[in-house]
Design a binder for this molecule. Structure first.
Ligand code: CDP
Length: 326
């Protein structure tokens, strides 16, 4: 079965979505993920931050808190409020997106908070708020799942105590075949989309949505694909966190090593005594002072010059007198 569709309204090229061998339009197999990479601690002014590149998706998450909640009437007496804001940049999609938050962004903000909350020890911060801001800079399908994964990493970067990291991934129905990690074309042309969020260490599903048509068999196949995929993404999240903290440890070790070396050097080469310094200063002032002989010679030279001047003046006045007599 070869299914061919137009890739996007603006892109006129025809693409084969899935071949009979199960090869997708971008060369992936049914259970292949797109390339995923995480970067932790990318913003200086946020308490925690992370950036994810998932295929062509680029999403930035920033965490502020736990902090005082305003307005105060929203405060929860027994735990922190987890407040998420999911936004798509106007330039993140092929057709310019309106900057005003619409129904879809409100829905995703809500489900993100609900998916992240079970992973946080939020009872440690009663009456406070943890704000999570998610900005989609470039979208290509599956942004809510990528947003969950990157937000969880930003929470960890903020030092908020977590039970586990949250991983998100979606599977879909592409012409009655279950496929993993739909991109934008597959999401729009496919018959179903099933985003899932999972706590791999605790083995708990915290979000499961379903949009479109899934037969019971297809549903099960999709779920069976999703759990191992989430475990793969979990490993990438942990590696990203570890690489940030190992880098910090290296920097601290380097700094303390340098300090120890300079202390050792200082011990080996004691600073020159102040006496020497005084001597040096005295020498300099002595150099500036004129030697007694030099001064006399200078004086002599000057007096010689002035004697000559007087003689010349005497000679010229005598000559003038002579001329007057004449
Ligand atoms: O992103 P996700 O699949 O989680 O959510 P969706 O509502 O199923 O949206 C699927 C995709 O549609 C997004 O990832 C974007 O690539 C695209 N989209 C778009 O082109 N224009 C919008 N205004 C919103 C979404």
């Amino acid at each position: 079965m070869i299914i061919s569709v137009k890739k996007m309204a603006k892109e006129k090229e025809e693409v084969v979505l899935i071949t009979k061998d199960g090869i997708r339009h971008d060369g992936r197999k049914k259970d292949d993920l797109r390339d995923i990479s995480f970067q932790v601690g990318v913003l200086d002014r946020a308490d925690g931050s992370a950036l994810i590149t998932w295929g062509r998706n680029k999403i930035l998450a920033a965490v502020y808190g736990p902090r005082e909640l305003h307005p105060k009437h929203m405060a929860l007496p027994d735990r922190a409020l987890i407040r998420c804001e999911y936004r798509m940049a106007t330039f993140s999609v092929p057709d310019r997106k309106s900057p005003a938050p619409k129904r879809r962004e409100r829905e995703i903000s809500k489900i993100l908070a609900e998916a992240l909350e079970p992973s946080i020890f939020n009872y440690l911060y009663p009456r406070s708020v943890i704000d999570v801001y998610i900005n989609v800079l470039q979208a290509d399908g599956g942004t809510r799942c990528a947003a969950i994964a990157v937000a969880s990493l930003a929470l960890a970067d903020a030092g908020i105590p977590l039970k586990d990291l949250v991983v998100g991934c979606a599977a879909g129905n592409l012409y009655d075949q279950a496929v993993l990690d739909l991109d934008d074309v597959e999401d729009k042309e496919g018959q179903g989309d099933m985003p899932l969020a999972y706590l791999p260490h605790i083995d708990e599903i915290v979000l499961l949505q379903s949009d479109g048509v899934f037969s019971p068999d297809l549903y099960k196949t999709a779920l069976d694909m999703l759990i191992p995929a989430c475990k793969k993404i979990y490993k990438l999240q942990r590696d990203a966190l570890k690489s940030k903290y190992s880098q910090i440890t290296e920097e601290v070790a380097d700094a303390s090593g340098k300090e120890a070396k300079s202390k050792e050097k200082a011990k080996k080469e004691p600073a020159k005594p102040a006496k020497d310094g005084k001597k040096e200063a005295k020498k300099k002032t002595d150099d500036k002072k004129e030697k007694p002989g030099e001064k006399a010679a200078k004086k002599k030279k000057f007096s010689k010059k002035s004697d000559k001047k007087i003689d010349d003046e005497k000679k010229s006045s005598a000559k003038k007198e002579k001329d007057d007599k004449k």
